[in-house]
Design a protein around this ligand. Structure first.
Ligand code: PNS
Length: 166
């Protein structure tokens, strides 16, 4: 059985992530979408909120499981019996960092392979940070994230919009 892990911060999940998860689920028997919990970045959504949103938006993909991890990705992969990492590549700017991560992960365990998928062109500019920036100013993010995420962003930024404070 081929088990792949799609790791990330998912703060929050976007249509770009969902595209990679959907395509990965067509190739691997099982895809575990896993949220890193001990990141030094300060997320706007709690781990529980991010897991809930991920569960909601992947509920119709039967071979996708949502989980969280801390520490090294390779150690987590071992606990899950997973043999592949799937990542999306948006632009050349992603390449250097992703190559570094893939190389380190291969050094730690050469049996685990990293698979990169080119993000669909329509999502090549999209990131969770961009979504948060746009949502903070109360602008329309409906083409960037699923409705449930759009709603969660509205709740998160309610009253916090710099526009509202003018
Ligand atoms: O969505 P992100 O923030 O770009 O995801 C980055 C993530 C979680 C995939 C990456 O930071 C990661 O795998 N972290 C776990 C720690 C680890 O194994 N690092 C590689 C060896 S130093």
């Amino acid at each position: 059985m081929s088990i792949a892990v799609c790791p990330g911060s998912f703060d929050p999940v976007t249509y770009g992530h969902l595209d990679i998860i959907n395509r990965g689920a067509k190739v691997f028997d099982k895809v575990i979408v896993s949220v890193l919990t001990n990141r030094t970045k300060s997320p706007i959504f709690t781990v529980e909120e991010r897991l809930e949103l991920l569960r909601e938006v992947t509920k119709d993909i039967p071979n996708v499981e949502v989980d969280s991890f801390q520490g090294l990705l390779i150690d987590y992969m071992h606990t899950k019996g997973a043999n592949a990492i799937i990542k999306g590549l948006r632009a050349v700017s992603d390449f250097e960092y992703e190559m570094q991560m893939a190389s380190i992960n291969r050094l730690l365990d050469k049996k685990i392979e990293t698979f990169f998928m080119m993000t669909n062109n329509q999502f090549s500019f999209l990131s969770s940070s961009i979504v948060k920036e746009v949502a903070k100013y109360d602008a329309d993010v409906s083409s960037l994230v699923p409705p449930v995420v759009e709603q969660a962003l509205k709740v998160k930024f309610k009253g916090a919009s710099p526009k509202a404070q003018l």
